[in-house]
Design a protein around this ligand. Structure first.
Ligand code: SIN
Length: 328
């Protein structure tokens, strides 16, 4: 008698980094007075069925409140994603993460990975100990996206909605559906274990990961300075004066969180011009949640298009890394 062929092994790897999704509070009714990053990622998978034919693998990469996200954790995450994406039987990766800097980690990974397979970040607004935690459904939805053929690139899944890493932003302090994708809109929705796409999935271009990202080099220091009513250039001048003695290393770049269509208070513009003359890379990103900066003929500094200031900072850091020698 012929033996039936062994079913093809398909794995989804779930990497844990902490966050409210792994948070514990003293009482079930407390949705804000908890400690983030306490429950192991393996425990977050308890009671969650994998889609048919899929095996889940849990790996703890970090255990922190994402407000404290560090370059070391990003470096470690990039290494683990590269490792697992290379395995032929791994169909996708899920990353459990705090909501507070989720969009930054998503954009960072989008910027460094050649993610032809899906890398799906997910989170929760209520701790694991809550009366009705939102984490388990979000994890289940993220696993569905990671295991669904046709999904690719780095996305974020929260409250049944799939967002692209480029467009996603946390827009609410408390609501379970805390993320939005601005003008671009969601990529799709997860409904009863199935993905419904409403626009093209984000392109997942082949990238050359700078050796500086995965190696041990110190990452270039880029700061964000906001332009606002009554602004002065003194923060920029202070950064310039102090950066040679600061533990974070010399200042290499500045993102100016600009008003409206990329406009700057005249004092910020003057100080940024002095910084540029001293060799600092300058970029403008808009404070507006929606829209892109539309270039004008008289712009003094380049703009980051539709990227938010925190994402523009990552883009500038990576651009600077690509021009750095690996050991710099
Ligand atoms: C965090 O970002 O780690 C805490 C807040 C959250 O996950 O909602």
């Amino acid at each position: 008698m012929m033996k039936a062929a062994a079913p093809e092994l398909r794995r989804v790897v779930v990497l844990g980094t902490g966050g409210t999704i792994a948070g514990r509070a003293a009482s079930a009714g407390d949705n804000i007075g908890y400690t983030a990053g306490e429950v192991d990622v393996a425990n977050l998978l308890t009671g969650i069925d994998a889609p048919p034919g899929v095996t889940l693998v849990a790996e703890q990469v970090a255990q922190l409140d994402s407000k404290d996200m560090s370059f070391d954790v990003w470096r470690q995450l990039a290494r683990r994603c590269i490792h697992w994406l290379d395995a032929p039987d791994v169909v996708g990766i899920v990353i459990t993460h705090g909501t507070d800097t989720l969009e930054e980690t998503a954009f960072f990974l989008h910027s460094v990975l050649s993610a032809q397979k899906p890398v799906v970040l997910t989170c929760a607004m209520r701790p694991a100990t809550a009366l009705a935690p939102d984490g388990p459904q979000n994890v289940r939805d993220a696993i569905v996206v990671a295991a669904t053929g046709g999904s690719r690139g780095v996305t974020v899944v929260c409250a049944g909605t799939v967002h692209s890493a480029v467009d996603v932003q946390k827009v609410h302090t408390y609501r379970l559906d805390a993320f939005a994708s601005g003008d671009a809109g969601a990529v799709g929705y997860v409904e009863e274990g199935a993905v419904r796409s409403v626009r093209d999935w984000p392109a997942a271009p082949s990238r050359l990961v700078p050796e500086a990202v995965t190696g041990d080099a110190v990452w270039p220091r880029v700061e964000i300075v906001m332009s606002h009513a009554g602004a002065s250039g003194s923060i920029i001048d202070a950064l310039m004066a102090q950066s040679t003695v600061d533990a974070a290393g010399p200042l290499r770049g500045l993102v100016l969180a600009a008003t409206g269509n990329g406009t700057l208070h005249h004092a910020i513009e003057a100080a940024a011009s002095r910084a540029r003359a001293a060799g600092i890379e300058i970029c403008r990103a808009t404070r507006c949640v929606d829209g892109h900066i539309l270039p004008r003929g008289d712009d003094r500094f380049p703009d980051a298009g539709g990227l938010s200031p925190v994402k523009a900072r990552i883009a500038l850091m990576l651009a600077l890394m690509r021009t750095l020698p690996p050991a710099a």
